[in-house]
Design a protein around this ligand. Sequence first.
Ligand SMILES: [Zn+2]
Length: 240
Amino acid sequence: MKKIFFLILFTISIVGWSQTINDSLKDKNILVVYGGWQGHNPNIFGEKIAEWFLSKGANVNVTQDTEIYTDKAYMDKVDLVINHITMSEISNEASRGLQNAIASGTGLAGCHGGLGDSFRNDTEYQYMVGGQFVKHPGGQIDYTVSILDTNDPVTEGLSNFNLHTEQYFMHFDPSINVLATTTFTGVHDPRINGVVMPVVWKKTYGKGKVFYSAIGHSGDLFDIEEVWTLITRGATWAIR
Ligand SMILES: [Zn+2]
């Protein structure tokens, strides 16, 4: 009997969450900009997240040209930007356009190098995101993602999970709101043994909300339930 009651509660909470998501995404204007270093196959995440937003009733615009950020009249209508561009470069005008949009209330979300390693010479961009990739010691390794706050709507109901991929070592802003971390073992660099590093965070930039997840080196990772749940919930949270 207890089990059935729990199952009913669980089902209600899942239905409740998906209802909330559908309501909050309907007719929202989402801009997905992907590109940069092809080693990250940016089209995989770019197209997948675009399709997901479309399936929730949002209006989605996908482009590979960062100059769209210079179009202020358009950017004023965008509710969320997914920036997914590893390294590469951005013009001063485009970077300022993106920063002004986020500061004015447009949300910003993304993952891995697509948001946390874009435009390496652009420090204001890094300040906006809240962190910058610097190294992934050992390359493809096994590690655990620890969920810190299970009361947050982004991490609610999630448990710690294991991955085999790049463990991002980042320079990060101490004021970010960290939702998940990973701990370095020191196997690949004894100096960082025991270092606890943010994996998932949220923050603000002016009036805009910013969400980041460090997971996303390869397309298969987005088929892992926890990984996809984090990025879609985080992106939803960041919407204007
Ligand atoms: Zn990578």
